[in-house]
Design a protein. Structure first.
Length: 396
């Protein structure tokens, strides 16, 4: 529960430090104001008030500006009759840029001015029902943070991307996100007594449409980011009382379907060994064993649909596959806070390295683009130089 108050520690710590500075300034002006020409109590009082205003602007100018921006947006919405004067009937949806400013201010309070280097940002996509099983509250709160990992809601892949939200996220940081996570239960083909029959795996046309939706979100962000497929298995229930761990595999750049099949095959011995240990402790904790059984019997239930994303003619930067049950006890009382457990360890450890590779590709493309844009100017400068030389030659 100590983690739940982390969002408040940054804000109240900053206000407490400001109060200490204000008290020192007030004492200094009142006791030694004569040295700077404040000879009367009235002048000293005015000096203290001015110092307090200046201190607030220096220390909390960004927060004050954000509050004024929110108030102005509310006023404009009421003036255009987009928001009723009685807010008990309709709750206002703040502009996306205001939400991004709020995220930036919260991260700065928690991690300081260099918060961008201390946090890992993941864009979570998938149906709202499935994402809520993994990260409760994210689809309504739009962002959540815990221990240096910031989650952003990327929308349902079956709907058009929220261009206003994704465009606003470009201003969050130089590299908006470090990775994109697609949460889906489409690969849940577990077989065990008592489980209901699974749904068919997605067809090639369905996966092609989902690939287009993922590419559209990356294009809206202006950055190609590593893609992680989070295979959720809701038919297995929540891991109540079971020790959870990172379960999945990471893929190298340029990986093909055969490489994915080899990675999944190499995963099964550890799943079987650890699954036997957990089943011996509690019979109902058989998720790892049933997952190993699926990957041994039907590896194509995962490799065949994902082969569309590994197509060499139009590949996506698929960086890894993670398997898990729905989250248990991930809800938090404090808004914009979530409980990160060991299942996420595989993503934060690898996401930065892979994102750096994608960043280099983006910078290379940007360099080629700048070169192409500068070619007309270079041609014009060369033409002017040639004309000048011809004029000088004619004059001589």
């Amino acid at each position: 529960m100590a983690k739940d108050s982390s969002a408040w520690r940054g804000s109240w710590g900053g206000l407490g430090f400001t109060a200490i500075i204000a008290a020192i300034l007030a004492w200094a002006i009142w006791s030694h104001g004569d040295a700077i020409g404040l000879n009367s109590e009235g002048l000293k009082t005015l000096g203290i008030v001015g110092a307090m205003i200046l201190l607030l602007l220096i220390r909390h100018g960004r927060a004050i500006g954000l509050a004024l921006k929110q108030r102005w947006s509310r006023f404009q919405a009421e003036r255009k009759k987009e928001l009723p004067t009685s807010e008990g009937r309709v709750e206002q949806t703040l502009p996306r840029n205001v939400t991004v400013d709020t995220i930036r201010e919260a991260m700065r309070n928690l991690y300081g001015r260099r918060w961008g280097r201390k946090t890992r940002i993941l864009l979570i996509t998938g149906t709202a029902a499935e994402v809520e099983q993994l990260t409760p509250g994210l689809t309504t709160q739009l962002w959540q943070e815990d221990r240096g990992t910031l989650l952003l809601w990327g929308g349902d892949l079956n709907t058009p991307p929220d261009s206003a939200w994704l465009t606003a996220l470009r201003k969050l940081r130089r590299r908006p996100v470090d990775g994109l996570v697609w949460v889906t239960s489409a690969f849940d083909q577990l077989s065990a007594p008592g489980l209901e029959p699974p749904l068919p795996v997605p067809s090639e046309s369905t996966m092609d449409s989902l690939s287009h939706a993922i590419s559209a979100r990356m294009e809206a962000l202006g950055w190609q980011t590593p893609l992680y497929v989070w295979s959720l298995h809701p038919r297995a229930g929540k891991p109540d009382g079971r020790i959870v761990q990172a379960t999945g595999c990471l893929l190298s750049a340029g990986c093909r379907t055969e490489g994915l099949a080899e990675q999944l095959s190499a995963l099964t011995p550890d799943l079987t060994s650890l699954g036997l240990q957990q089943t011996c402790g509690e019979v109902k904790h058989n998720f790892l064993l049933t997952l190993a059984d699926q990957l041994i019997r039907e590896p194509q239930s995962v490799t065949t649909p994902l082969s569309v994303m590994l197509n060499p003619y139009r590949p996506l930067p698929l960086a890894g596959v993670v398997f898990s049950q729905p989250s248990a006890g991930a809800e938090r009382a404090v808004a914009h806070h979530w409980g990160m457990d060991k299942r996420w360890d595989v993503l934060p450890e690898s996401v930065r390295t892979l994102a750096a590779g994608c960043a280099r590709a983006s910078r290379a493309f940007h360099g080629v683009k700048c070169l192409c844009q500068s070619l007309p100017w270079r041609w014009w400068a060369g033409l002017c130089r040639w004309a000048s030389r011809m004029s000088l030659t004619a004059a001589r």
